[in-house]
Design a protein around this ligand. Structure first.
Ligand SMILES: NC(=O)C1=CN([C@@H]2O[C@H](COP(=O)(O)OP(=O)(O)OC[C@H]3O[C@@H](n4cnc5c(N)ncnc54)[C@H](OP(=O)(O)O)[C@@H]3O)[C@@H](O)[C@H]2O)C=CC1
Ligand SMILES: O=C(CO)COP(=O)(O)O
Length: 355
């Protein structure tokens, strides 16, 4: 870290943005946080509380919140953007007049923009043209981070300054920051796992067992890796915290908003009711639509994403979909070892021999 405290700006006053702002302040950084909600700004500055998103959390008093983007970004060396994907570009555009190319910009958002299938760090790049750009992703339920539960995350960037600075600003005795240079893979992992967290929540509500959850998560990992390879990402990244790590936590915990939406659907609520009851963003609802459409367009085999899409948007009952999935192709376990095509050929030969 530089001799002077690093100046950090956090855009977004949700649960993760608030937890990260407080960690940076605990580490001695000068932290400003931008929110659009003036009442919440006042509460954070007066009571060191964010009653809307993290009610039981004592925010470090050194975090200064503001609705004034210019004030928040003035002199910031590191900017963390924790805004849901739907509003991400709009907020970056608001910030753009106060940004400069020396700054490090990091997205913490696990979603995809519909137009052009863009990930959030690609939006940062497009809107600014800067080089110090990264993504923070991993198994990081915000409420557990806020409770100082031992946690690890990944900073992914091909820029070594970005990786090193984020490690020093956010790393502490309960939050470990691992580094990756596969920004695309790390970011894709964070977005894709939300799809399967919805499916896992649904399976739990339907009373399905631990074998089922394990099958779902492992086949989800196969599906995510297959998709990632087709998009040019490194599948090895999916063995790390931002791949299987995040998949495990979000498919196992009712603290996950995506899991909770799935659970509500499994209990028989409609999608609108489930989203409304949540009152926050579950990125997976939008992501499943985008990924399913892309998989269709590019001929990528993604039975789980397709099945979830049919349940969410075409009213196919979840139990019926589970039955159909169990009757689908019995394919290869690990496709990097035995290809799906080899399994299919062997099955064809076996069928011919039986004739
Ligand atoms: N929560 C978690 O456990 C984790 C979340 N993430 C990712 O980080 C992203 C953001 O994190 P999180 O803090 O959880 O988000 P939340 O959903 O908790 O909060 C979103 C924040 O963005 C603000 N916002 C939404 N729309 C706009 C807009 N149009 N203009 C300005 N501000 C807006 C909200 O303001 P307002 O209250 O005024 O609507 C709120 O401050 C998520 O999309 C998620 O993928 C990553 C790891 C963990
Ligand atoms: O990404 C997360 C944990 O790593 C948070 O997941 P949800 O958005 O489903 O709450």
């Amino acid at each position: 870290m530089s001799q002077q405290p690093t100046r950090v700006a956090v855009l977004g006053g949700g649960s993760f943005g608030t937890a990260l702002a407080s960690i940076a302040a605990d580490n001695g950084c000068t932290v400003r946080q931008w929110l659009r909600d003036a009442a919440l700004v006042e509460e954070i500055n007066r009571d060191q509380r964010n009653s809307r998103y993290l009610p039981d959390y004592a925010i470090n008093p050194a975090v200064h919140a503001s609705t004034d983007m210019a004030e928040v970004l003035d002199g910031a060396e590191l900017v963390l953007v924790a805004i849901p994907s739907k509003a991400f570009r709009e907020v970056v555009r608001q910030a753009r007049p106060y940004l400069n190319a020396e700054q490090i910009l990091v997205s913490t958002t696990k979603g995809i923009q519909q137009e052009g299938f863009k990930l959030m760090s690609q939006i940062l790049e497009e809107e600014t043209g800067f080089v110090h750009i990264g993504v923070l992703s991993g198994p990081n339920l915000a409420s557990e981070v806020a409770q100082k539960q031992l946690t690890a995350t990944v900073i992914a960037s091909d820029d070594d300054l970005t990786r090193a600075r984020v490690q020093s600003v956010l790393g502490c005795d309960y939050f470990r920051v691992y580094a990756s240079n596969d920004r695309y893979g790390v970011e894709l992992g964070g977005a894709l796992k939300n799809i399967y967290a919805i499916a896992a929540g649904m399976a739990a509500a339907l009373g399905m067992g631990e074998n089922t959850r394990s099958m779902l998560m492992t086949r989800a990992l196969a599906e995510m890796s297959r998709f990632a390879v087709e998009q040019g990402a490194n599948p090895m990244t999916f063995l790390g915290l931002a791949g299987v790590g995040d998949l495990i936590v979000t498919c196992s915990s009712s603290l996950s908003r995506n899991y909770r939406v799935g659970y509500a659907l499994g209990e028989g609520r409609t999608l609108d009711e489930a989203v409304e009851a949540l009152g926050q963003v579950a990125e997976g609802v939008n992501t499943v639509r985008l990924v399913r459409d892309k998989a269709h367009a590019e001929g990528i085999y993604m039975p789980l994403a397709e099945g979830l899409y049919q349940v969410l948007f075409n009213d196919v009952p979840a139990r019926q979909m589970a039955k159909m999935l169990m009757q689908g192709e019995q394919s290869s376990d690990v496709e990097f070892i035995l290809s799906r095509e080899d399994v299919k050929q062997a099955r064809r030969r076996e069928a011919q021999d039986g004739d």
